[in-house]
Design a protein around this ligand. Structure first.
Ligand code: GDP
Ligand code: GDP
Length: 497
């Protein structure tokens, strides 16, 4: 088998759109000529800078807005160069100050830029006062620009400027050079916690409105879609009966006896479940020899509709053959994961293996099935396996507990801040230390683009792409660290250039 078909780790790159609207916003503020435009250009790599007209009758100036990338950080950056016109009587011209203030009001962070070569000017103090007054909610980082060569500056003039900038009262100033790029690592260190905090807030807000509306509320109101799949005669109909607690589905030893029009909704612990039709369950396709492939094919339709698939196997048969998975079942299990559905394995007919005399066989079966699943689906470690007797109505609750647990993991949402804190830690564990290698792709940051199933994009820069093994490493570390074992995860990569 081609391992690449087990879990699509790098498919469908084209359909991904990173939502720029959800990025934190940083505004560069400062008096004229400190290098705001130069910094804007450096952070946006002079690309993606989109200019829009600010509404206002006499206004000809614009707020420039672009997507900034600073090492692993990604944020929106706003540049107000040209808007900070000064007049005789008033420090900042009222008209343009209004535009700036409005734009600043939508930002979480201000990057207060001063000039190391000119030293602190009265106008810098004005900007500082204006910042405090206009946007007290905005976090401020002070950067002292034009500080290239500060560490070799024998005159001490540049260092002195840092000391002066301290008096602006916005914490430790960061010496940078927009022109040479010096100090960008320090700027990153100062901005990182603020950007991550802002990102977390944004995602929380979003979770409070949009996501809950779309996913959680709906998901809670709507039933979990469960498909019961498996070969003929493993006991699917009997199991469905046990779950529905009504003899609505006819069972019998003769194949093909199942009625197909049944009401298939029930509640488990107050939560709705709808059984999705799989042809392996409604077994009209099951005719004598060679039905496995056919019913597996039919079952696929059900799988497409399902959130979670319970794949039923016959425990007695496992005991006799020492194998739970025939070809068709293994293929179905793989397919379920490939389609990004949750998977729970149900080993039925355990009543036939009860009693002291069967203890050894029972133990073997309980060991063999998880081991076999692990072989068939090496990446999705921890697929739940439940041992039941549908006939004796034993194990239904255990099945449903596992189904819901799987479903909840399947709906997992991780914030970008959470992910990136984790990413930094996990990178140091990686044998190749992906962020540390000199050549080839570098892992920059990671974000979750969707849930159901959890789908992530890892942004890389540098040459080439991450290999399958790297993505697998990330997926399995993620499973372990976020408790996402047993559910399909998708990790896609995208180049940030
Ligand atoms: P703005 O008015 O704040 O947008 O400032 P600009 O970005 O237009 O820069 C003003 C002047 O400072 C220009 O002549 C830039 O070339 C210069 N400048 C900007 N950044 C740096 C820097 O990091 N080092 C030095 N030496 N000059 C800079
Ligand atoms: P399906 O074809 O997968 O829907 O299987 P059925 O539910 O029709 O069951 C096939 C046969 O297995 C029937 O004779 C059932 O009575 C029997 N069966 C189903 N579940 C169990 C079980 O838990 N224990 C035992 N001993 N027999 C079972």
């Amino acid at each position: 088998d081609n391992p690449k078909t087990l879990e699509p780790l790098s498919a469908d790159r084209s359909s991904l759109k990173f939502n720029d609207k959800l990025l934190p916003k940083i505004m560069i503020v400062g008096r004229p000529n400190v290098g705001k435009s130069a910094l804007f250009n450096r952070l946006t790599h002079r690309r993606e800078a989109l200019v829009y007209d600010t509404p206002g009758a006499h206004v000809t100036r614009d707020v420039r807005e672009g997507i900034a990338k600073l090492a692993g950080l990604r944020f929106k950056i706003l540049d107000t160069a040209g808007l900070e016109t000064f007049t005789e009587d008033e420090s900042i011209l009222a008209r343009t100050a209004t535009i700036t203030a409005n734009a600043l009001g939508k930002c979480q962070i201000a990057l207060f830029l001063v000039d190391a070569r000119a030293g602190m000017q009265p106008q810098d103090m004005d900007v500082g006062r204006w910042l405090r007054k206009t946007a007290p909610h905005v976090k401020v980082v002070t950067a002292v620009n034009k500080a290239e060569g500060i560490h070799n500056d024998s005159s001490g003039r540049l260092m002195a400027a840092i000391g002066e900038a301290h008096q602006l009262g916005f914490g430790d100033p960061v010496p940078i050079s927009a022109e040479s790029g010096e100090g960008m690592a320090d700027l990153y260190d100062s901005l990182r916690p603020l950007v991550e905090e802002a990102q977390e807030e944004i995602e929380k807000d979003r979770g409070g409105v949009q996501e809950i509306k779309e996913e959680d509320v709906n998901a809670k109101a709507l039933p979990l879609q469960l498909a019961i799949a498996g070969r003929p005669n493993v006991g699917k109909s009997t199991l469905v009966n046990a779950l529905l607690r009504e003899e609505r589905v006819l069972t019998g030893p003769e194949p093909g006896l199942t009625r197909d029009s049944i009401s298939s909704e029930f509640e488990f612990n107050g939560k709705k479940v709808r059984l999705v039709d799989t042809a392996g369950w409604l077994q009209r396709v099951q005719v004598k020899e060679g039905p496995a492939a056919l019913s597996a094919m039919h079952a696929r339709k059900g799988v497409m509709m399902a959130h979670v698939v319970a794949l039923v196997v016959d425990g007695e048969e496992v005991a006799n053959t020492r194998s739970s998975m025939r070809h068709a079942e293994a293929a179905l299990a793989r397919w379920v994961v490939q389609e990004g559905r949750g998977l729970v394995i149900v080993v039925n007919k355990m009543d036939l293996l009860s009693g002291k005399e069967n203890a050894k066989i029972r133990a073997d079966v309980m060991k063999a099935v998880p081991a076999e699943i692990q072989t068939i689906l090496p990446q999705v470690s921890g697929v739940p396996v439940v041992f039941v007797s549908a006939l004796e109505k034993k194990g239904g609750a255990a099945i449903m507990r596992n189904v819901f647990e799987c479903y909840e993991k399947w709906c997992t949402r991780l914030t970008t801040a959470q992910l990136n804190r984790w990413l930094r830690k996990v990178m140091s564990r990686h044998p190749k230390n992906m962020s540390g290698i000199k050549y080839g792709p570098k892992v920059k940051f990671m974000t979750q683009v969707k849930a159901r199933p959890p789908t992530f994009v890892v942004f890389v820069s540098g040459s080439g792409e991450l290999e399958e093994t790297d993505l697998r490493f990330l997926a399995s570390a993620m499973r372990e660290d976020f408790g996402l074992d047993g559910v399909p995860l998708r990790i896609l990569q995208r180049s940030t250039k």
